[in-house]
Write a protein of this length. Sequence first.
Length: 266
Amino acid sequence: MSPEWFGILLLGVLFVAIFIGFPIAFTLIAVAAIGGYAMLGPLALHLMTLQVFSVMRDPTLASVPFFLFMGFLLEQSGLMERLFRGVQLTFASLRGSLYLAVLVTATIFAAATGIVGSSVTLLGVMAAPAMKRSGYDIRLSAGAIAAVPSYLALIWRAKTNLDDSLDVVAAHGLGGTVGALLTGVFAQKALNGVADGLLFGNPGQLFTQAVAVAAAIVYSGALTFVLLKVVALVFPLRASQDDEQVGMDLIAHGEEAYVHASGSGV
């Protein structure tokens, strides 16, 4: 069997195992180990060992626990709540002060934790009730909270060499993910006729939304992989070096995501 067809077979096994109910992490490990051993023999196990040690020696990963620790201190000490309250009072004379408080607080907290999901979840739980009590529109409230991680992702991506044409992942992928999670916070059965969210006494809906988001990511990622393999049989997937220097935004879409930058490497 050719490597391409064997890869598609392993992808099918992965889907079946996940839909049966096996944990995703263990399923990925098992499929990769068994499939790699079947194609490469003992060399696959040696490569896995080298990869494990390579990841463990990555100095970038050393910062992850420190980011988490800073976020934990901010939350447990009450600094996050006091920060939100202070920013809210600072902008109290302006219309939409709670919206501004959410944007400023989320920016500070996301920089401290390094994890977008933590800031979104905490702000959703902390700021959403205050907005609801103040009579703010729920849709605008969700938008104010969801806009922050997309904006931070856009700024971060612009400083890297990642080739994400028109920032689809940051603007649509991350924004859609946050919006789906916030549905589990703001949902109201009186309006949707299905279920209440966290703000209305049903925290389980937030978990349901998270599971749905994870399933959508796995499903779309797997199908994208299959489609790429099919397209690769007809067209090259990698752009030429000249096109990459110009930037795929200009080559594929005829416009730049950032008018102040030139090319994808800036």
